[in-house]
Ligand binder design. Structure first.
Ligand SMILES: Cc1cc2nc3c(=O)[nH]c(=O)nc-3n(C[C@H](O)[C@H](O)[C@H](O)COP(=O)(O)OP(=O)(O)OC[C@H]3O[C@@H](n4cnc5c(N)ncnc54)[C@H](O)[C@@H]3O)c2cc1C
Length: 402
Protein backbone atom coordinates (compact mmCIF):
# COMPACT_ATOMS: atom_id res chain seq x y z
CA UNK A 1 0.00 0.00 0.00
CA UNK A 2 0.92 3.61 -0.65
CA UNK A 3 2.47 5.03 2.56
CA UNK A 4 3.33 8.46 3.92
CA UNK A 5 3.69 9.98 7.40
CA UNK A 6 1.01 12.66 7.43
CA UNK A 7 -1.86 13.28 5.02
CA UNK A 8 -3.39 16.73 4.71
CA UNK A 9 -6.79 16.71 3.02
CA UNK A 10 -7.53 19.85 0.99
CA UNK A 11 -5.20 22.13 -0.96
CA UNK A 12 -6.83 25.42 -0.06
CA UNK A 13 -4.74 28.06 1.68
CA UNK A 14 -5.28 26.44 5.12
CA UNK A 15 -4.27 22.94 4.01
CA UNK A 16 -1.26 24.16 2.05
CA UNK A 17 -0.04 26.41 4.86
CA UNK A 18 -0.41 23.49 7.28
CA UNK A 19 1.48 21.06 5.03
CA UNK A 20 4.31 23.54 4.60
CA UNK A 21 4.46 24.34 8.33
CA UNK A 22 4.58 20.61 9.17
CA UNK A 23 7.38 19.99 6.69
CA UNK A 24 9.31 22.97 8.06
CA UNK A 25 8.83 21.96 11.72
CA UNK A 26 9.65 18.28 11.14
CA UNK A 27 12.22 17.96 8.35
CA UNK A 28 12.30 14.42 7.03
CA UNK A 29 8.60 13.82 7.75
CA UNK A 30 6.79 12.67 4.60
CA UNK A 31 3.76 14.91 4.14
CA UNK A 32 1.21 14.36 1.36
CA UNK A 33 -1.62 16.71 0.41
CA UNK A 34 -4.67 15.16 -1.25
CA UNK A 35 -6.90 17.51 -3.26
CA UNK A 36 -9.98 16.49 -5.25
CA UNK A 37 -9.73 19.31 -7.81
CA UNK A 38 -7.29 19.27 -10.73
CA UNK A 39 -5.35 22.19 -9.22
CA UNK A 40 -4.78 23.82 -5.84
CA UNK A 41 -6.86 26.69 -4.37
CA UNK A 42 -9.93 26.19 -6.55
CA UNK A 43 -12.58 27.06 -3.96
CA UNK A 44 -12.79 29.68 -1.20
CA UNK A 45 -9.10 30.52 -1.48
CA UNK A 46 -9.69 31.84 -5.02
CA UNK A 47 -13.14 33.35 -4.48
CA UNK A 48 -12.78 35.98 -1.78
CA UNK A 49 -12.24 39.70 -1.26
CA UNK A 50 -8.46 39.49 -0.91
CA UNK A 51 -8.43 41.51 2.31
CA UNK A 52 -5.92 40.92 5.10
CA UNK A 53 -8.27 41.66 7.97
CA UNK A 54 -6.64 43.43 10.88
CA UNK A 55 -8.73 41.78 13.65
CA UNK A 56 -11.31 44.43 14.52
CA UNK A 57 -14.44 42.30 14.44
CA UNK A 58 -13.70 39.20 16.48
CA UNK A 59 -14.56 38.59 20.12
CA UNK A 60 -11.41 39.13 22.22
CA UNK A 61 -9.94 35.89 23.49
CA UNK A 62 -11.31 33.74 20.66
CA UNK A 63 -9.08 31.68 18.42
CA UNK A 64 -10.34 33.78 15.53
CA UNK A 65 -9.18 37.05 17.14
CA UNK A 66 -5.83 35.66 18.23
CA UNK A 67 -4.93 33.84 15.01
CA UNK A 68 -6.11 36.74 12.85
CA UNK A 69 -3.86 39.27 14.57
CA UNK A 70 -0.87 36.88 14.56
CA UNK A 71 -1.66 35.83 10.99
CA UNK A 72 -1.50 39.41 9.67
CA UNK A 73 2.18 39.72 10.62
CA UNK A 74 3.02 36.30 9.21
CA UNK A 75 1.17 37.06 5.95
CA UNK A 76 2.91 40.43 5.58
CA UNK A 77 6.34 38.90 6.13
CA UNK A 78 5.57 35.97 3.80
CA UNK A 79 4.43 38.24 0.95
CA UNK A 80 7.43 40.55 1.38
CA UNK A 81 9.89 37.66 1.53
CA UNK A 82 8.45 36.06 -1.61
CA UNK A 83 7.83 39.20 -3.67
CA UNK A 84 4.03 38.83 -3.62
CA UNK A 85 1.77 41.90 -3.56
CA UNK A 86 0.88 43.18 -0.08
CA UNK A 87 -0.58 46.69 -0.10
CA UNK A 88 -1.57 48.47 3.11
CA UNK A 89 -4.35 50.50 1.47
CA UNK A 90 -6.19 51.02 4.77
CA UNK A 91 -9.82 50.58 5.65
CA UNK A 92 -12.68 52.63 7.01
CA UNK A 93 -15.75 51.18 8.72
CA UNK A 94 -18.38 53.89 8.41
CA UNK A 95 -21.44 54.59 10.56
CA UNK A 96 -23.95 56.22 8.26
CA UNK A 97 -26.73 56.85 10.79
CA UNK A 98 -26.98 57.64 14.49
CA UNK A 99 -28.26 54.16 15.37
CA UNK A 100 -24.97 52.63 14.20
CA UNK A 101 -22.76 54.79 16.43
CA UNK A 102 -22.89 52.60 19.57
CA UNK A 103 -22.04 49.52 17.46
CA UNK A 104 -19.14 51.38 15.86
CA UNK A 105 -17.77 52.24 19.31
CA UNK A 106 -18.11 48.62 20.44
CA UNK A 107 -16.20 47.50 17.36
CA UNK A 108 -13.48 50.04 18.05
CA UNK A 109 -13.13 48.73 21.62
CA UNK A 110 -12.92 45.17 20.30
CA UNK A 111 -10.22 46.15 17.85
CA UNK A 112 -8.24 47.79 20.63
CA UNK A 113 -8.70 44.80 22.92
CA UNK A 114 -7.41 42.58 20.10
CA UNK A 115 -4.30 44.75 19.74
CA UNK A 116 -4.99 45.96 16.18
CA UNK A 117 -2.27 48.55 15.43
CA UNK A 118 -3.02 52.15 14.42
CA UNK A 119 -6.82 52.07 14.94
CA UNK A 120 -8.48 55.47 15.22
CA UNK A 121 -12.05 56.69 15.61
CA UNK A 122 -12.43 59.56 13.14
CA UNK A 123 -15.10 62.22 12.56
CA UNK A 124 -16.76 63.05 9.24
CA UNK A 125 -14.15 65.70 8.32
CA UNK A 126 -11.20 63.32 8.84
CA UNK A 127 -13.09 60.56 7.01
CA UNK A 128 -13.29 62.87 3.97
CA UNK A 129 -9.50 63.27 4.02
CA UNK A 130 -9.00 59.49 4.09
CA UNK A 131 -11.80 58.49 1.68
CA UNK A 132 -13.07 61.67 0.00
CA UNK A 133 -16.20 60.02 -1.42
CA UNK A 134 -17.28 57.95 1.58
CA UNK A 135 -20.42 58.90 3.47
CA UNK A 136 -20.43 58.67 7.25
CA UNK A 137 -20.99 60.43 10.55
CA UNK A 138 -18.04 58.71 12.16
CA UNK A 139 -15.70 55.90 11.19
CA UNK A 140 -13.04 53.51 12.39
CA UNK A 141 -9.84 53.95 10.42
CA UNK A 142 -7.56 50.93 10.23
CA UNK A 143 -4.50 52.19 8.32
CA UNK A 144 -2.69 48.82 8.27
CA UNK A 145 -5.49 46.77 6.69
CA UNK A 146 -4.05 45.34 3.49
CA UNK A 147 -4.94 43.63 0.23
CA UNK A 148 -3.21 40.58 -1.21
CA UNK A 149 -3.60 37.87 -3.82
CA UNK A 150 -4.57 34.81 -1.74
CA UNK A 151 -4.49 32.33 -4.68
CA UNK A 152 -0.92 33.48 -5.43
CA UNK A 153 0.00 32.97 -1.76
CA UNK A 154 -1.50 29.45 -1.92
CA UNK A 155 0.38 28.57 -5.10
CA UNK A 156 3.63 29.81 -3.55
CA UNK A 157 3.02 27.74 -0.41
CA UNK A 158 2.47 24.68 -2.62
CA UNK A 159 5.67 25.39 -4.56
CA UNK A 160 7.75 25.85 -1.38
CA UNK A 161 6.26 22.69 0.12
CA UNK A 162 7.00 20.53 -2.93
CA UNK A 163 10.51 21.99 -3.30
CA UNK A 164 11.13 20.93 0.32
CA UNK A 165 10.16 17.34 -0.59
CA UNK A 166 6.40 17.38 0.10
CA UNK A 167 3.89 15.98 -2.33
CA UNK A 168 0.65 17.56 -3.57
CA UNK A 169 -1.61 15.08 -5.35
CA UNK A 170 -4.40 16.86 -7.20
CA UNK A 171 -7.42 15.12 -8.73
CA UNK A 172 -7.60 12.74 -5.75
CA UNK A 173 -10.84 12.69 -3.78
CA UNK A 174 -10.82 11.40 -0.21
CA UNK A 175 -13.72 9.01 0.32
CA UNK A 176 -12.98 7.38 3.67
CA UNK A 177 -10.72 7.74 6.72
CA UNK A 178 -10.28 4.73 9.02
CA UNK A 179 -8.09 4.51 12.10
CA UNK A 180 -6.08 1.29 12.18
CA UNK A 181 -3.94 -0.02 15.03
CA UNK A 182 -0.88 2.13 14.38
CA UNK A 183 -2.19 4.78 12.01
CA UNK A 184 -4.88 5.81 9.59
CA UNK A 185 -5.94 4.46 6.20
CA UNK A 186 -7.36 7.04 3.83
CA UNK A 187 -9.37 5.67 0.92
CA UNK A 188 -9.52 7.75 -2.22
CA UNK A 189 -10.88 7.40 -5.75
CA UNK A 190 -7.27 6.49 -6.71
CA UNK A 191 -6.82 3.80 -4.07
CA UNK A 192 -5.90 3.75 -0.36
CA UNK A 193 -3.03 5.66 1.29
CA UNK A 194 -1.71 4.82 4.75
CA UNK A 195 -0.34 7.40 7.17
CA UNK A 196 0.52 7.91 10.81
CA UNK A 197 -1.85 10.88 11.07
CA UNK A 198 -4.33 12.94 9.06
CA UNK A 199 -5.28 16.63 9.14
CA UNK A 200 -8.38 17.62 7.20
CA UNK A 201 -8.83 21.17 5.87
CA UNK A 202 -11.74 20.57 3.50
CA UNK A 203 -13.48 23.98 3.51
CA UNK A 204 -17.10 23.68 2.48
CA UNK A 205 -16.89 19.85 2.78
CA UNK A 206 -15.32 20.01 6.27
CA UNK A 207 -18.16 18.37 8.21
CA UNK A 208 -18.54 15.55 5.67
CA UNK A 209 -14.85 14.73 5.58
CA UNK A 210 -14.68 14.78 9.39
CA UNK A 211 -17.72 12.49 9.53
CA UNK A 212 -15.94 10.05 7.19
CA UNK A 213 -13.29 9.75 9.89
CA UNK A 214 -15.86 9.14 12.62
CA UNK A 215 -15.42 12.55 14.24
CA UNK A 216 -18.26 13.68 16.46
CA UNK A 217 -19.77 16.48 14.35
CA UNK A 218 -23.48 15.73 14.75
CA UNK A 219 -23.98 19.11 16.42
CA UNK A 220 -22.69 21.15 13.46
CA UNK A 221 -23.33 21.32 9.74
CA UNK A 222 -21.62 23.40 7.09
CA UNK A 223 -24.10 25.72 5.44
CA UNK A 224 -22.96 27.29 2.18
CA UNK A 225 -23.56 31.02 1.70
CA UNK A 226 -22.91 32.41 -1.77
CA UNK A 227 -21.35 35.86 -1.89
CA UNK A 228 -21.84 37.77 -5.13
CA UNK A 229 -19.72 40.66 -6.34
CA UNK A 230 -20.16 43.59 -8.69
CA UNK A 231 -17.29 45.50 -10.30
CA UNK A 232 -17.02 49.25 -10.35
CA UNK A 233 -16.33 50.60 -13.85
CA UNK A 234 -12.67 51.70 -14.19
CA UNK A 235 -13.65 55.34 -14.83
CA UNK A 236 -15.31 55.36 -11.37
CA UNK A 237 -12.59 53.57 -9.45
CA UNK A 238 -11.29 56.92 -8.13
CA UNK A 239 -14.35 56.90 -5.82
CA UNK A 240 -12.62 54.32 -3.60
CA UNK A 241 -9.03 54.69 -2.41
CA UNK A 242 -8.83 51.63 -0.16
CA UNK A 243 -11.53 49.64 1.61
CA UNK A 244 -14.92 51.03 2.67
CA UNK A 245 -17.07 48.85 4.94
CA UNK A 246 -20.41 49.34 6.69
CA UNK A 247 -20.97 48.66 10.39
CA UNK A 248 -21.89 44.97 10.40
CA UNK A 249 -24.97 43.43 11.98
CA UNK A 250 -23.58 41.91 15.21
CA UNK A 251 -26.03 38.96 14.96
CA UNK A 252 -24.45 37.78 11.69
CA UNK A 253 -20.93 36.57 10.92
CA UNK A 254 -20.82 38.50 7.61
CA UNK A 255 -19.43 41.98 7.20
CA UNK A 256 -22.05 43.53 4.90
CA UNK A 257 -21.46 44.51 1.26
CA UNK A 258 -18.36 46.65 1.04
CA UNK A 259 -16.12 48.35 -1.51
CA UNK A 260 -12.72 46.76 -1.93
CA UNK A 261 -9.75 47.78 -4.01
CA UNK A 262 -7.92 44.71 -5.30
CA UNK A 263 -4.22 44.20 -6.03
CA UNK A 264 -5.04 44.28 -9.75
CA UNK A 265 -6.26 47.88 -9.32
CA UNK A 266 -9.98 47.15 -9.72
CA UNK A 267 -12.68 48.02 -7.21
CA UNK A 268 -15.09 45.24 -6.24
CA UNK A 269 -18.41 45.66 -4.48
CA UNK A 270 -19.84 42.88 -2.34
CA UNK A 271 -20.17 40.16 -1.29
CA UNK A 272 -23.76 39.67 -0.21
CA UNK A 273 -24.66 36.48 1.69
CA UNK A 274 -27.31 34.24 0.12
CA UNK A 275 -28.10 30.74 1.38
CA UNK A 276 -26.80 28.49 -1.44
CA UNK A 277 -28.45 25.34 -2.77
CA UNK A 278 -25.11 23.80 -3.69
CA UNK A 279 -21.87 23.71 -1.70
CA UNK A 280 -19.84 24.44 -4.81
CA UNK A 281 -22.45 26.34 -6.78
CA UNK A 282 -21.01 29.61 -7.98
CA UNK A 283 -24.13 30.39 -10.03
CA UNK A 284 -27.42 31.51 -8.45
CA UNK A 285 -29.27 28.65 -10.16
CA UNK A 286 -26.87 25.82 -9.16
CA UNK A 287 -28.67 23.17 -7.13
CA UNK A 288 -27.19 19.96 -5.70
CA UNK A 289 -29.85 17.76 -4.15
CA UNK A 290 -27.48 16.08 -1.69
CA UNK A 291 -26.47 19.50 -0.38
CA UNK A 292 -30.06 20.66 -0.06
CA UNK A 293 -31.00 17.42 1.73
CA UNK A 294 -28.05 17.76 4.09
CA UNK A 295 -29.15 21.28 5.03
CA UNK A 296 -32.91 20.76 5.37
CA UNK A 297 -32.58 17.63 7.51
CA UNK A 298 -30.50 19.56 10.04
CA UNK A 299 -32.63 21.15 12.78
CA UNK A 300 -30.24 24.09 13.02
CA UNK A 301 -31.27 25.27 9.55
CA UNK A 302 -34.89 25.69 10.61
CA UNK A 303 -33.90 27.38 13.85
CA UNK A 304 -31.70 29.77 11.84
CA UNK A 305 -34.47 30.38 9.29
CA UNK A 306 -36.91 31.24 12.09
CA UNK A 307 -34.49 33.84 13.46
CA UNK A 308 -33.17 35.32 10.24
CA UNK A 309 -35.93 34.82 7.66
CA UNK A 310 -36.29 38.57 7.11
CA UNK A 311 -32.55 39.10 6.53
CA UNK A 312 -32.47 35.97 4.32
CA UNK A 313 -35.42 37.15 2.21
CA UNK A 314 -33.83 40.57 1.76
CA UNK A 315 -30.47 39.02 0.76
CA UNK A 316 -32.26 36.86 -1.83
CA UNK A 317 -34.11 39.89 -3.20
CA UNK A 318 -30.86 41.88 -3.36
CA UNK A 319 -29.19 38.99 -5.15
CA UNK A 320 -31.60 39.44 -8.07
CA UNK A 321 -32.12 43.19 -7.82
CA UNK A 322 -29.23 45.32 -8.99
CA UNK A 323 -31.10 48.41 -7.74
CA UNK A 324 -31.17 47.02 -4.18
CA UNK A 325 -27.46 46.15 -4.36
CA UNK A 326 -26.60 49.65 -5.62
CA UNK A 327 -28.74 51.17 -2.89
CA UNK A 328 -26.59 49.37 -0.29
CA UNK A 329 -23.44 50.72 -1.97
CA UNK A 330 -24.86 54.24 -2.04
CA UNK A 331 -25.05 54.19 1.75
CA UNK A 332 -21.24 53.99 1.62
CA UNK A 333 -20.52 56.14 -1.45
CA UNK A 334 -23.49 58.20 -2.56
CA UNK A 335 -22.11 58.92 -6.07
CA UNK A 336 -22.22 55.27 -7.23
CA UNK A 337 -25.01 54.91 -9.78
CA UNK A 338 -26.70 51.96 -11.51
CA UNK A 339 -24.56 52.39 -14.64
CA UNK A 340 -21.31 52.40 -12.64
CA UNK A 341 -21.31 48.73 -11.63
CA UNK A 342 -21.57 45.44 -13.49
CA UNK A 343 -21.90 41.90 -12.19
CA UNK A 344 -18.70 40.08 -11.27
CA UNK A 345 -17.98 36.64 -9.83
CA UNK A 346 -19.12 34.87 -6.68
CA UNK A 347 -17.68 32.80 -3.86
CA UNK A 348 -19.25 30.21 -1.57
CA UNK A 349 -18.51 30.59 2.14
CA UNK A 350 -18.23 27.53 4.35
CA UNK A 351 -20.07 28.55 7.50
CA UNK A 352 -20.70 26.13 10.35
CA UNK A 353 -24.16 26.16 11.87
CA UNK A 354 -25.05 24.71 15.28
CA UNK A 355 -28.14 22.58 16.02
CA UNK A 356 -29.59 25.56 17.89
CA UNK A 357 -29.51 27.72 14.74
CA UNK A 358 -26.46 29.78 15.84
CA UNK A 359 -23.83 30.47 13.19
CA UNK A 360 -20.55 29.49 14.86
CA UNK A 361 -18.36 32.55 15.08
CA UNK A 362 -15.06 31.01 16.15
CA UNK A 363 -12.65 28.73 14.30
CA UNK A 364 -13.45 25.13 15.26
CA UNK A 365 -11.07 22.15 15.24
CA UNK A 366 -12.17 18.64 16.24
CA UNK A 367 -10.39 15.32 16.74
CA UNK A 368 -10.99 11.71 15.80
CA UNK A 369 -8.57 8.80 16.32
CA UNK A 370 -5.37 9.68 14.48
CA UNK A 371 -6.83 12.82 12.93
CA UNK A 372 -7.52 16.54 13.40
CA UNK A 373 -10.30 18.27 11.49
CA UNK A 374 -10.71 21.96 10.72
CA UNK A 375 -14.50 22.26 10.92
CA UNK A 376 -15.09 26.00 10.81
CA UNK A 377 -12.61 28.29 9.07
CA UNK A 378 -14.65 31.22 7.75
CA UNK A 379 -13.23 34.68 7.08
CA UNK A 380 -10.61 35.75 8.15
CA UNK A 381 -9.14 32.24 7.75
CA UNK A 382 -7.24 33.27 4.60
CA UNK A 383 -5.67 36.17 6.54
CA UNK A 384 -4.99 33.85 9.49
CA UNK A 385 -3.94 30.82 7.41
CA UNK A 386 -0.25 30.89 8.37
CA UNK A 387 -1.14 31.24 12.07
CA UNK A 388 -3.82 28.53 11.83
CA UNK A 389 -1.16 26.29 10.30
CA UNK A 390 1.23 26.81 13.25
CA UNK A 391 -1.63 26.17 15.68
CA UNK A 392 -2.57 22.93 13.86
CA UNK A 393 1.04 21.75 13.87
CA UNK A 394 1.21 22.39 17.65
CA UNK A 395 -1.95 20.31 18.07
CA UNK A 396 -0.65 17.57 15.76
CA UNK A 397 2.57 17.34 17.76
CA UNK A 398 0.72 17.28 21.10
CA UNK A 399 -2.23 15.06 20.21
CA UNK A 400 -1.14 12.91 17.28
CA UNK A 401 2.51 12.51 18.21
CA UNK A 402 3.62 13.77 14.79
C1 LIG B 1 -16.97 35.51 -0.76
C2 LIG B 1 -15.87 35.32 0.23
C3 LIG B 1 -15.10 36.41 0.67
C4 LIG B 1 -14.06 36.22 1.60
N1 LIG B 1 -13.23 37.27 1.89
C5 LIG B 1 -12.16 37.04 2.70
C6 LIG B 1 -11.20 38.07 2.93
O1 LIG B 1 -11.26 39.16 2.35
N2 LIG B 1 -10.17 37.82 3.79
C7 LIG B 1 -10.05 36.60 4.43
O2 LIG B 1 -9.12 36.44 5.21
N3 LIG B 1 -10.93 35.61 4.20
C8 LIG B 1 -11.95 35.79 3.34
N4 LIG B 1 -12.83 34.77 3.07
C9 LIG B 1 -12.64 33.49 3.75
C10 LIG B 1 -11.50 32.69 3.16
O3 LIG B 1 -11.52 32.70 1.74
C11 LIG B 1 -11.59 31.26 3.69
O4 LIG B 1 -11.75 31.31 5.09
C12 LIG B 1 -10.33 30.45 3.37
O5 LIG B 1 -10.04 30.53 2.00
C13 LIG B 1 -10.53 29.01 3.80
O6 LIG B 1 -9.49 28.24 3.23
P1 LIG B 1 -9.57 26.67 3.24
O7 LIG B 1 -8.28 26.17 2.77
O8 LIG B 1 -10.08 26.24 4.59
O9 LIG B 1 -10.78 26.32 2.25
P2 LIG B 1 -10.81 26.12 0.67
O10 LIG B 1 -10.03 27.16 -0.04
O11 LIG B 1 -12.26 26.02 0.32
O12 LIG B 1 -10.09 24.73 0.43
C14 LIG B 1 -10.63 23.49 0.82
C15 LIG B 1 -10.12 22.44 -0.16
O13 LIG B 1 -10.48 21.15 0.27
C16 LIG B 1 -10.73 20.36 -0.89
N5 LIG B 1 -11.53 19.19 -0.54
C17 LIG B 1 -12.78 19.18 0.00
N6 LIG B 1 -13.21 17.90 0.15
C18 LIG B 1 -12.21 17.09 -0.30
C19 LIG B 1 -12.09 15.68 -0.42
N7 LIG B 1 -13.06 14.84 -0.03
N8 LIG B 1 -10.94 15.18 -0.93
C20 LIG B 1 -9.92 16.01 -1.31
N9 LIG B 1 -10.01 17.36 -1.25
C21 LIG B 1 -11.14 17.90 -0.73
C22 LIG B 1 -11.47 21.35 -1.80
O14 LIG B 1 -11.49 20.94 -3.15
C23 LIG B 1 -10.70 22.62 -1.56
O15 LIG B 1 -9.65 22.81 -2.48
C24 LIG B 1 -13.84 34.93 2.13
C25 LIG B 1 -14.59 33.83 1.68
C26 LIG B 1 -15.57 34.02 0.73
C27 LIG B 1 -16.30 32.81 0.19
Amino acid sequence: MDRTDVIVVGAGIVGLATARALAARRPGLRVTVLEKEPEVARHQTSHNSGVVHSGIYYRPGTLRARLCVTGVGLMRDFCREHGLPYEEVGKVVVATDQAELPRLETLFERGQANGVPGLELVDAARLKEIEPHAAGLKAIHSPRTAIVDFPAVARRLAALFTTAGGEVRTGVRVEGVRATGGGVTVSTDHGPVEARAVITCAGVQADRVARLAGADVGDVRIVPFRGEYYHLRPEKSHLVRGLIYPVPDPALPFLGVHLTRTVSGEVEAGPNAVFALSRDGYDAFDVRLADVADAVTFPGLWAMAARFWKVGAYELYRSFSKAAFVEALQRLVFEIGMADVHRGGAGVRAQALGRDGQLLDDFVIRESPGALHVINAPSPAATASLAIAEHLVDLAVAKLGV
